[in-house]
Design a protein around this ligand. Structure first.
Ligand code: G3P
Ligand code: MG
Length: 249
């Protein structure tokens, strides 16, 4: 029997619903995902909000940088209507709304800090304090492409689980991950389509949660390699592939 790979919904069920909205999270959970990956930016008044881009132009009916709005101002925009009239009324969520919704669901939550282009002052402290407030230490992995930020977060609280995001084929990434105290590595999937690379990471007991895997063939390969988590826009598709893999094992 193969060890089951976790099904992590990327920005919620973003393949079919407006990304990073409550409806996308609810639908991912209805599909019985194991976890949710989502992105955090910070407002002018220091509130962490759920949005992939630093600007709201692509995903809402507003425009401009999140850092230039207060949270209250951001709430006036619609995060669903651009995806379809039936999603009108979806709002940009703040971290409290997300954690309050997640807290009793026994899900893995991957909070990705979007601080590789903008330096959000004290974002690490803010996210750690929220994780403690909701007692979700066991459920949450905080990740970022900004590894300075991940080190800073670990310095603030060494018990936190950090995930290192990267997209290239980094050399001896297992050694790097160990040095930084990573709980998991979060590579773009072509960087771990290699048995030796995966085995080396496994040897140092670091998990791999790879993104963003939407094709069944890639899912099958990664499950076969024993990857711990797959981040996908299609949790329904991944569940189907996982069931087949279990049946065939
Ligand atoms: O966390 C995995 C993945 O979401 C990283 O890239 O741009 O989709 O946030 P992006
Ligand atoms: Mg992300």
């Amino acid at each position: 029997m193969i060890k089951t790979t976790l099904n992590i919904a990327h920005r919620g069920f973003s393949g079919k619903y407006p990304e990073n909205t409550m409806v996308a999270f609810k639908k991912a959970i209805e599909e019985k995902c194991d976890g949710i990956e989502t992105d955090l930016n910070m407002t002018k008044d220091g509130i962490l909000v759920v949005c992939h881009d630093e600007k709201i132009d692509r995903t809402t009916n507003g425009c401009g940088y999140i850092k230039d709005y207060t949270y209250k101002e951001l709430k006036q925009f619609d995060a669903g209507i651009g995806y379809g009239e039936e999603f009108k009324g979806e709002k940009i969520l703040c971290i409290d709304e997300l954690l309050d919704y997640i807290k009793d669901k026994n899900l893995l939550l991957n909070l990705e800090l979007k601080n590789n282009l903008i330096e959000y002052v004290d974002i690490e402290k803010k996210v750690v304090d929220k994780i403690h407030e909701y007692k979700l230490e066991d459920n949450i992995i905080v990740s970022s492409f900004n590894h300075y930020s991940m080190v800073k977060l670990k310095e603030y609280d060494s018990t936190m689980k950090i995930g290192l995001l990267y997209s290239a084929n980094l050399y001896n990434v297992h050694e790097y991950g160990r040095k930084l105290g990573a709980f998991s590595l979060h590579p773009y999937y072509p960087a771990v389509m290699n048995k030796e690379v995966v085995e080396n990471i496994k040897k140092v007991k670091i998990n791999i949660n790879t993104y963003t895997v939407n094709e069944e063939e890639d899912m099958r390969k990664l499950i076969g390699l024993g990857i711990e988590g797959i981040i996908t826009n299609y949790p329904d598709r991944l569940n189907k592939v996982l069931k087949e893999a279990i049946k065939n094992s």
